[in-house]
Design a protein around this ligand. Structure first.
Ligand SMILES: Cc1ncc(COP(=O)(O)O)c(C=O)c1O
Length: 377
């Protein structure tokens, strides 16, 4: 079997949740974002761990993910953040998930099917306070609320919005969005009273202590132990849940002037030792790490030599004593005192830690461990 493994530490996930709860305070409930296969960490094991550790709500992007959670036995409320399409309405009603709502036609369809089945489907209104992505415009909210409340078979369970720059501390656009959301919430409460859930805080907002007084936070990346912005790394009391490791499958010593990999972009300057690892861009290890990434072997950083191939990458281990076939290689995570974070990889290839985790996590066999044993508050 190929020796590549993405290791998911569920103990760390629990610790991160505990840390989030500490930050959020006792009056803020947690809606855990487990969409996109829990950012590459595996939706079902992550949801199981979080549910048993006491979260209040699960959030996914699309209905299919919600159905998978239900099939696995999750009883918690599940928010479908993209809402549902008209052909998905029967399954949404049947599975008792909570679609985000921002289109009247879908609300009517949910109402029709729910009423036919003598059911009441919970919904949450998504209001667009400045992302220009999904949601009811604030100026249309009052009319929308009025229409929704006239429909049978659906129950307005909450209202939420999403912040565009919460990863930048004290950004005036966040102030503006929160102000608009506050007004939307006041309208909502005029119609619905104080029942239901209200939430806007993603990881950035949670860390920056913004939007928590609405009573619920909606973190994703912090659960997985990564900071919502590169420059926040120093403040981290969170531990990355994901690591990625492989093994050396060939090693050779070559003379000066030897080219390595496609395109001959790397040439040894002296007698060098080159190790080959069975990891490539097909495994989520970006080709942009060609001559640009580091990996850890024997607790030391060594550079990627030449281009990352589809299934293989070479690293220059010259000067690292005794590297042999079968030795562990860490591409993401810690070895000895060294650590390579998703933030480091992201900075090297011009993206964000979110994408690094999603891509590596989904492209490899995942192994689940629990470093902390049972962690209780
Ligand atoms: C609507 C919504 N809420 C919450 C989140 C979680 O964001 P973060 O991972 O930054 O906490 C996301 C993530 O993309 C999202 O799209």
């Amino acid at each position: 079997m190929i020796p590549n493994e993405v290791i998911i530490d569920l103990g760390r996930l629990r610790r991160n949740l505990f840390e989030i709860k500490r930050l959020a305070g006792p009056h803020t409930r947690i809606l855990a974002i487990v969409k996109s296969d829990a950012y590459g960490h595996g939706m079902l094991p992550v949801a199981r761990t979080l549910e048993s550790a006491g979260i209040d709500y699960l959030g996914v992007f699309e209905l299919e993910e919600g159905l998978e959670l239900r099939k696995a036995g999750h009883k918690l409320p599940i928010l479908i953040m993209m809402g549902v399409q008209s052909d998905e309405v029967p399954a949404a009603v049947e599975s008792e998930v909570t679609p985000a709502l921002f289109q009247l036609e879908i609300a009517r369809e949910l109402s029709r099917i729910s009423s036919e089945q003598d059911k009441v489907t919970p919904v949450q209104i998504k209001v667009d306070t400045g992302m220009t992505r999904l949601g009811v415009c604030p100026e249309d909210l009052q009319g929308f609320l009025r229409q929704i409340l006239s429909l049978k078979g659906i129950q307005l369970e909450g209202i939420f919005s999403h912040l565009a720059v919460a990863d930048q501390q004290e950004h005036p656009f966040t102030d503006k969005q929160i102000r608009i959301f506050q007004e939307a919430v006041e309208q909502y409460r005029r119609f619905v009273g104080h029942r239901g859930v209200v939430h806007v805080a993603n990881s950035g907002a949670l860390w920056g202590n913004r939007g928590l007084d609405f009573g619920m936070a909606r973190p994703g990346i912090l659960l997985y132990g990564s900071p919502p912005a590169q420059e926040w790394t120093a403040a981290a009391s969170f531990e990355p849940v994901m690591s990625f490791r492989s093994k050396v499958i060939q090693i050779r010593t070559v003379p000066p002037g030897t080219y390595v990999s496609y395109g001959c972009t790397y040439m040894t300057e002296k007698r060098s030792t080159i190790a080959t690892i069975p990891v490539g861009y097909d495994d989520g290890y970006s080709r942009l790490l060609s001559n640009n990434g580091d990996v850890l072997i024997h607790g030391r950083r060594v550079p990627v030599a030449g281009r990352v191939c589809m299934n293989l990458t070479m690293v220059d281990v010259t000067g690292v004593e005794g590297v042999a076939v079968g030795d562990e290689v860490v591409l993401l995570g810690s070895q000895g005192k060294e650590r390579i974070t998703a933030e480091e990889i992201a900075a090297r290839i011009g993206t964000i830690n979110y994408e690094v985790c999603c891509t590596i996590g989904k492209s490899n066999r995942r192994v689940y461990v629990d470093s902390e044993g049972i962690f209780s508050e």
